[in-house]
Design a protein around this ligand. Structure first.
Ligand code: AQP
Length: 336
């Protein structure tokens, strides 16, 4: 990251909870490299967030490297942006405590992700799952990020980060920049291929529900072929009545740049089989070069570790200054 202080900052993170899905890619990761010339970008593999759901330690470690390699393979350039592992910068958790003391129980209780994930893991409704949005606020506010490029499912969390920042600024004086969610106009919520009213998630139990960025051509074509649609056989963009077909059209629109009208014309009278094949094929064509770069980066662990180490050193240096300011404001003793 260049030390040009006139540029605004961007922060975003992704959990190493599995291979990224097409949803993660379209809604978030693919947009991140597009911002690196205009902004100072800080991108993190947020391993601490992943612990809110039970993880096998060896698998988490492996997935953390894989997630970092996937960010680089997706086009993030470590000469322009910071890439690091969240747990390597202790400032996130230190700031999180201060922010937690400025967040209300009621606010956290309203978070839909907490409600969804508690329902999904009723045997492990832990404190971390509840306070996840506070740590996410710390991730963002630690860098005074102006923009937070995320999928629409994270909008509520970014809004909470704004509320926390506003409250802190009101109580202690101007400290934090007000962050904004940067949500893509198309593809902000890619849906499950099996239940198209539910978002595509990497932790879905049904592997046919998601496309993984590392799926091979056969798997991609097979999963699209099995995608749930409807029975009227007309290719028409209508999210409410035809969520499955609309989801496929949304993916096709993102990768081909064709409008929904053009897509409707292209597949007029053709049936869903032809649409599914065209979508599968354009997804594979897009992902193949990313997969090739990923394999090369992952096989060079020394390079990957160097990037992550340098990234965390710069992230610590930047955020530590802000944390010192926050500590001073709240009244913690600091020796000269
Ligand atoms: N289906 C989606 N469509 C568009 N954007 C999506 N994102 C996630 N799913 C979709 C965006 O990806 C970024 C990283 O997400 P995350 O891994 O930190 O957490 P998540 O939102 O909980 O993603 P998953 O895939 O559903 O993970 P699990 O299954 O582990 O909970 C975010 O910007 C998110 O908006």
């Amino acid at each position: 990251m260049e030390s040009n202080n006139t540029k605004q900052k961007v922060f975003s993170g992704i959990q190493p909870t599995g291979t990224f899905t097409l949803g993660n890619y379209i809604g978030a990761v693919r947009n991140w490299p597009l911002l690196q010339d205009e902004y100072d970008c800080i991108y993190s593999v947020v391993d601490q967030h992943a612990l809110t759901v039970r993880q096998d330690p060896a698998t988490l470690r492996k997935r953390t490297y894989e997630a970092a390699a996937m960010l680089l393979a997706s086009g993030i350039d470590p000469d322009k942006s910071l890439v690091f592992i969240q747990s390597h910068n202790p400032v996130h958790s230190q700031l999180s405590w201060i922010l937690a003391c400025n967040t209300q129980f009621g606010e956290l209780s309203r978070m839909t992700q907490f409600k969804d994930k508690s329902a999904k893991h009723p045997d492990n409704v832990n404190g971390g799952l509840f306070t996840y949005p506070v740590l996410m606020a710390a991730d963002i506010l630690a860098y005074n990020a102006h923009q937070v490029p995320v999928g629409v499912d994270q909008k509520q969390h970014v809004e909470l980060a704004r509320n926390i920042a506003q409250r802190f600024n009101a109580n202690y004086g101007e400290t934090f920049v007000m962050p904004e969610a940067l949500i893509p106009k198309v593809g902000a919520k890619i849906m499950s291929l099996q239940e198209p009213t539910k978002k595509m998630s990497k932790s879905d139990e049904n592997p046919n529900a998601f496309i993984l960025l590392l799926d091979d051509e056969a798997a991609i074509m097979r999963k699209f072929k099995r995608a749930v649609t409807d029975s009227d056989g007309v290719v028409k963009y209508d999210v409410e009545n035809k969520p499955g077909v609309s989801n496929l059209m949304g993916i096709y629109n993102v990768f081909t740049g064709k409008s929904f009208e053009e897509i409707e014309k292209e597949f007029d009278g053709a049936g869903y089989g032809v649409l599914k094949e065209a979508v599968g094929s354009c997804v594979y064509q897009t992902l193949k070069p990313v997969q090739d770069r990923y394999n090369a980066i992952l096989s060079d662990k020394a390079y990957l570790e160097k990037v992550l180490k340098e990234g965390s050193e710069k992230a610590i240096a930047y955020s530590q200054r802000l944390l010192n300011k926050v500590y001073r404001k709240v009244g913690f003793v600091q020796f000269k």
